[in-house]
Design a protein around this ligand. Sequence first.
Ligand code: TXA
Ligand code: MG
Length: 321
Amino acid sequence: MTKIGDSLDEALNLLRNDEIIAIPTETVYGLAGNAYKPEVVIKIFEIKNRPTFNPLIVHTHSMESSLDFVEKWDKRLLKLAEHYSPGAITFLLPKKDIIPDLVTAGSSRVAVRIPNHSVTLKLLKNLDFPLAAPSANPFGYVSPTSSEHVFQSLNHKIPMILEGGKCSIGIESTIVGIENNELVIYRLGGISQENIEELVGKVSKIHTSSSKPETPGMLIQHYAPKKKLILTNSLPKYVELHNKDRMGIIFFGKPFNKNYPFSNLSESRCLQEAAKNLFQILREIESWEVDYVVMEWIEEKGLGRAVNDRLKRAASSIINF
Ligand code: TXA
Ligand code: MG
């Protein structure tokens, strides 16, 4: 059975012995192993059932330590990193040879992140190698934001889940890089587009949501819960029209109808709270005795953009009213 524990020594021991363990971060839990060893990294792909064309993020504890495996920081990315790292942002940078091709799926760029979680920062500081870690969910399923979530799908597959509490941001990191000398956002996430633009000006290239992804992993159906999820532009109208259906509702704001099973992203319509609750709720709805669950898009600003992006991927249908 997989152990859930908070012993840093035990976690360090396992990682130094080439084991894969789950680690907490402020975004989602990660499935971590020595990023320098392909024979360790391959185990991550196997446990997650993830195709090897989908590269992994490499986690380290400081800008300085990133230079062990990054060739060079672009100026704009450096500025973002100085502001937002440790934090929910990942940078695509030219890699040194020490990073195996398996980690980057053959790309010359490695994804680098300094997570803002005290337990995992401590762990990283005590290791002499960085950690390759994708989200600790089976491929194609909802990301885990607590140790129990990891346990539910990976019990028996890994020796340990390092306990770090509920993830404070709850949505994966924003991925940025440079292409043709232009800053590109490859995934909307925990650091908002607005936060990025404050520092580096307008970002016109946002390469997310694609069925033929440039950054693999941005597959359209990627966060799918096992329950049918319908997205609508007007929840009150939808519920009125389909009031005989066996449905459940996810609200964002005060519930206007309590006749169906429901949950709430945020009663006070707080975008941060919505991001933090999203994946937990997408798991919760699976046990509801309903035919499907319906919800409305949230505001397309700040973390709302990242939430809507995940909803688009989780939805089985999108209704245009
Ligand atoms: O918040 C996060 O980023 C979490 C925590 C654990 O750090 N990690 C995470 O990893 O979400 P994952 O593997 O679920 O998503 C990483 C994304 C994938 O879409 C992958 O394709 C992209 O990052 N990626 C990783 N390395 C890349 C590379 N070298 N070039 C382009 N995209 C890359
Ligand atoms: Mg993932």
